[in-house]
Design a protein around this ligand. Structure first.
Ligand SMILES: [Zn+2]
Length: 271
């Protein structure tokens, strides 16, 4: 980081201070951040402030956000970047639009025979190529625990995926990773999930069947699990967990396991 950007960063942080009790309240609502080290917590707190200065939050009628709620969103958005260095991973968008509830948007799908189907789908989030992220506020509020659901991380994973072109489940990998490993591992798990659903559309799949929609959704959904139900993802698709661990350079499973070992009542086992 250059001197100028470091100076700017410090100035922005000084201009937008976050009171300790405000940050504590944010942390209290985001149990999936439990177990972060003090240094990681400090980084996240600053990164959340900088994120809110860089991005424009457009709130539709029915959504009113105070500093605490804005930080709640920003802290979740920044968690994936914790160990990804100073590169501007979220450079692909400037705006986050917040809806008061799930919204309907036109969907299009071309089936295997080339027929185009259109319908209106109900959504809690969307990420547009070269455009904003749209989030339904109740979905943001429902995120942040260890339940295998995180709307913010889901949509931002799409944005990471789009950094090197269309969303296709392959974000720009680090130089110590291999595209062939990624592709093989992801394809294998994606095929396995689809096989289960082809066999029985109501199958109890180990992860949300929405991941079987297409490779982009597979990456977004498994990213959600990586951060918010790492044990479940690791049990079902350990190699996917491993690739995501290499990509995000974090080990949430280790964090969760340590929490459970230190506080046996920390988290009831998922069934
Ligand atoms: Zn998605």
């Amino acid at each position: 980081m250059g001197l100028l950007s470091s100076w700017r960063r410090q100035r922005t942080l000084a201009k937008h201070p976050v009171a300790d009790d405000t940050w504590q309240r944010v942390r209290h609502q985001l149990s999936f951040l439990d177990g972060l080290t003090e240094a990681e917590d400090q980084w996240l707190r600053e990164a959340a402030v900088l994120f809110l200065q860089e991005k424009h939050l457009t709130c539709l009628p029915g959504v009113e956000l105070h500093q605490e709620q804005r930080l709640l969103l920003a802290a979740q958005a920044q968690l994936p970047l914790l160990n990804l260095g100073e590169l501007n991973w979220y450079s692909g968008f400037h705006e986050i639009v917040l809806y008061p509830d799930d919204f309907v948007s036109p969907q299009r799908h071309r089936d295997a025979s080339g027929v185009e189907h259109e319908w209106d789908g109900e959504h809690s989030g969307e990420a547009w190529q070269q455009g904003p992220i749209i989030l339904a506020w109740p979905g943001v509020m429902a995120s942040g625990g260890w339940e295998g659901y995180n709307l913010v991380i889901h949509e931002l994973a799409h944005k990471l995926d789009m950094l090197n072109g269309d969303a296709n489940g392959l974000p720009p990998l680090h130089s110590d990773m291999r595209v062939s490993d990624w592709a093989q591992v992801m394809q294998h798990a994606y095929d396995d999930l689809n096989r289960q659903l082809d066999h029985n559309p109501d199958a109890e799949t180990p992860i949300d069947p929405y991941a079987a929609e297409n490779p982009a959704e597979f990456f977004a959904v498994t990213s959600e699990y990586f951060f918010s139900a790492p044990d479940l993802l690791h049990d079902s698709y350990p190699q996917v967990y491993q690739q995501l661990q290499l990509f995000y350079r974090q080990d949430p499973l280790q964090r969760l396991t340590r929490l459970q070992a230190e506080h046996p009542a920390y988290q009831p086992p998922l069934d």
